[in-house]
Design a protein around this ligand. Structure first.
Ligand SMILES: Nc1ncnc2c1ncn2[C@@H]1O[C@H](COP(=O)(O)OP(=O)(O)O)[C@@H](O)[C@H]1O
Ligand SMILES: [Mg+2]
Length: 335
């Protein structure tokens, strides 16, 4: 993997949101939603991004896409490289921008929210295809959409239905078709199965895995629940309060060199009742405000291992194994 060129590379990405002033003479304050996040995404892999609600996962996905293509939300700092080329929203030609817009797609938790209730599903999916040049005319677009609907396990007649006529699982399949329609290379799936029942969740995760092979996709799969994210991920990036706490290959996530926060997330995964129960690590305290992040380690106030040093100094991300990085003063750096 080390010799491969990443399909996407994010460097020192930072996104702060200004906080509304309560008094006239108050210093300007910011929500540190994402701070100095770097990661690489390799072709064909699934990178899981996990962390409690509010840890900055969605902001990270949006800022990455904004930096590369959308330019809707300004990013505070950082760079994005796509297929080895630096892409910021200022330097890309309009032809490249169009290509990037197709190549990088995002699927949300609730695709219904972004569908116009008065427009037929098929037409809603066909429109960006026509805009993006993925179909030369309406007839071709319709044929492609009907075919894609069948590919994700829906009937082609669904084309003429309206958004309210579908269940949660069906809507998620429609969201997937909409993203696939523009021939993407990288899919950002943000809490894409979080709202679904467990059995439907499993079906959609399987569908994601099948489509990945069929369409040669690369995934960034975001969610708050490690029990779900682990089913699909080759590597996992753990976020806490806007910072990367750990990046680990999947099989090292359950080993001994993991971050204490990751250990807590792992211990919270429900086990089958037949398996011997490992000790559940209960996190103490509340998530501190990201407006005023702690001086030392972001996790120090809730960590079961913290020492005085953790409250004073922020640890660096250190390499503890092949492709495995941990931000903790007690992580044993590999020589
Ligand atoms: N548009 C916004 N304006 C102000 N603060 C925001 C905005 N979007 C997100 N935040 C804040 O940024 C932090 C990270 O949010 P988010 O990226 O949504 O986390 P996650 O997806 O991990 O739940 C939270 O504290 C959230 O309140
Ligand atoms: Mg989110």
């Amino acid at each position: 993997m080390a010799e491969q060129t990443p399909i996407l590379q994010v460097e020192h990405l930072t996104k702060f949101f200004p906080v509304k002033k309560r008094k006239l003479i108050e210093p300007k304050r910011y929500v540190h939603a994402v701070e100095d996040v770097s990661f690489e995404l390799y072709p064909g892999e699934t990178l899981g991004i996990v962390g409690e609600s509010g840890s900055g996962k969605s902001t990270l996905a949006r800022a990455t896409l904004a930096r590369a293509i959308l330019a809707l939300t300004p990013v505070t700092a950082g760079n994005v490289f796509y297929e080895g080329q630096k892409v910021t929203n200022f330097r890309v030609s309009s032809a490249d921008k169009r290509r990037l817009r197709g190549d990088l797609q995002m699927i949300f938790q609730d695709p219904y929210a972004s569908l116009n209730p008065k427009i037929k599903i098929g037409e809603a999916i066909a429109e960006p295809m026509l805009n993006n040049g993925q179909a030369s005319g309406h007839k071709e677009a319709e044929e492609k959409v009907r075919h894609l609907l069948e590919t994700v396990g829906l009937r082609s007649e669904v084309y003429d239905r309206f958004p309210h006529e579908f269940s949660g699982g069906q809507r998620q399949r429609i969201g997937i078709v909409r993203a696939l329609a523009v021939n993407p290379k990288v899919l950002f799936c943000d809490e894409s199965v979080s709202a679904l029942d467990v059995s439907v969740q499993a079906q959609i995760l399987n569908l994601f895995n099948e489509l990945k092979e069929q369409f040669h996709l690369t995934y960034v799969f975001i969610g708050h629940d490690l029990a779900v994210i682990r089913y699909i991920s080759d590597r996992i990036l753990v976020m806490y309060l806007g910072k990367v706490m750990e990046i680990a290959p999947y099989d090292q996530l359950f080993g001994e060199h993991t971050h204490p926060y990751t250990q807590a997330l792992v211990s919270a995964i429900p086990e089958p009742s037949t398996a011997p129960r490992t000790q559940r690590i209960l996190l103490e305290g509340d998530i501190p405000s990201v407006v005023d992040p702690p001086k030392g380690c972001r996790f120090c106030q809730r960590c079961f291992r913290s020492q005085p040093q953790c409250f004073e100094e922020e640890p660096e991300l250190v390499r503890v194994g092949e492709g495995h990085f941990v931000r903790c003063h007690f992580a044993k750096e590999e020589g």
